[in-house]
Design a protein around this ligand. Structure first.
Ligand SMILES: *Cc1c(COP(=O)(O)O)cnc(C)c1O
Length: 388
């Protein structure tokens, strides 16, 4: 059995010095010293990883990546029923956050090579739908270009909020572009549950902070908020994780590179997401065009943990049907997302994988993907594989 994921969190002995600080502080939530330190250390790490000058970058910690999205959307203080553009190929939380904030999701397709929403795709739809916010998603850890989205925000006078839940620390907030991260146990910097909103807009950050605490501002509620605060215990795990981050990240990058080496010369049609060089590897997902289901079933039956991450794309889930009808979208309208929904497979990805196990996974995948391919098709796809 080769598991799909094994979280890599600090052990008890590494945590003890941080927990002792909590004992001494007797401060457990509501922006205690550890969550404040966690926020400033995350900001420093993100600055360090993203070249450029970011003097105004700030962060509000939250209880999860999903609550980070809800807090940020609430803090924009939009009219109820305002429209929000988002790619259908994403984790469902991107869409549930929109709906739970009283806003209307407008699902868009993605680019067939990068599997991301691009400003070009959004351009046409924002004019038709009159949306106030766009949420590009750093799908599978691949970075979206902040500068391009900044120009988009200026052109359309809209907000851009990047859901970079799984792309820590590769995405940075710049003027006009805010971002969210997740620190869920399975993400690049896992702390159990946690998240953050990063922005260079000081007033927005202050509103986000209030929204994480029910919306209280000097004792009265200005924006209906929620309880989305990060506890001191989670911040303790976070501070511990930051100290292990470089080595865990190197491990993830090596793992990703080994997968690519093993698969890049395949002649059975397995393809990669382009943009892999700008990736914070949380997952490793490949495309086996139109055959993900059968390949995933076969690999599972061989004891290999796989998952069709983000599949089916969000607009095909029951909960979002009525929003499709509103927009007069139907099955087939988001054809790239629907095609990818039948094509993408996440392979085992965690630091405890051995070289032998990765080899076993890639051998099995090549075997399974090649199984039912007839010779002419095999010849037609040979050599068409790119690693981005
Ligand atoms: C993981 C993830 C989320 C949810 O983050 P949580 O911390 O689990 O709430 C949201 N969006 C994307 C794209 C994700 O990958």
């Amino acid at each position: 059995m080769i598991p799909l994921m094994i979280p890599d969190l600090p052990n008890t002995s590494d945590l003890i010095p941080w927990l002792k600080q909590i004992d001494e502080n007797k401060w457990y939530s509501n922006y205690g010293p550890l969550s404040k330190q966690f926020e400033s250390e995350i900001v420093e790490l993100v600055k360090c990883e993203n070249p450029g000058n970011h003097p105004d970058l700030r962060m509000v910690s939250t209880s999860s990546g999903t609550s980070a999205l809800e807090v940020a959307l609430s803090a924009y203080r939009l009219r109820p029923g305002s429209k929000v553009l988002l790619p259908s190929l994403t984790f469902p939380a991107t869409a549930t956050a929109v709906i739970r904030c009283g806003l209307i999701p407008v699902f868009t397709d993605v680019d067939p090579n990068t599997w991301l929403l691009t400003p070009e795709i959004a351009d046409e739809i924002i004019q038709k739908s009159n949306a106030d916010v766009v949420i590009p998603v750093s799908a599978y850890g691949v970075k979206v270009p902040e500068k391009q989205w900044q120009r988009f925000a200026q052109k359309h006078q809209c907000k851009v909020l990047i859901d970079s839940a799984g792309a820590f620390p590769g995405q940075v907030a710049i003027e006009g572009v805010d971002i969210t991260y997740s620190f869920h146990a399975t993400k690049c910097l896992g702390i159990g549950e946690g998240g953050g909103i990063l922005s260079v807009d000081n007033a927005f950050i202050n509103t986000c902070r209030e929204v994480t605490n029910f919306g209280f501002s000097n004792g009265s509620i200005h924006t209906a908020g929620l309880n989305a605060k990060l506890s001191e215990y989670h911040a303790a795990v976070g501070l511990c994780q930051i100290r292990r981050f470089r080595s865990t990240m190197l491990g993830r990058i090596k793992l990703r590179n080994t997968y690519i080496e093993n698969l890049c010369d395949n002649t059975v049609g397995i393809q990669f997401q382009t943009g892999q060089s700008a990736i914070s590897p949380t997952l490793f997902v490949v495309s086996v065009p139109n055959r993900a289901r059968e390949c995933a079933a076969e690999l599972s039956s061989q004891g290999i943990g796989v998952r069709q991450w983000y599949c089916p794309p969000v607009h095909l889930h029951k909960a979002f049907e009525s929003y499709l009808r509103n927009l007069s979208l139907k099955f087939g309208d988001l054809s790239v997302s629907e095609f990818l929904g039948e094509s993408l497979i996440g392979l085992p990805f965690h630091p405890f994988l051995t070289h032998q196990q990765i080899q076993a996974v890639t051998d099995a995948l090549i075997d399974v993907a090649g199984n039912k391919l007839d010779a002419p098709y095999r010849a037609s796809i040979g050599g068409s594989v790119t690693a981005g």
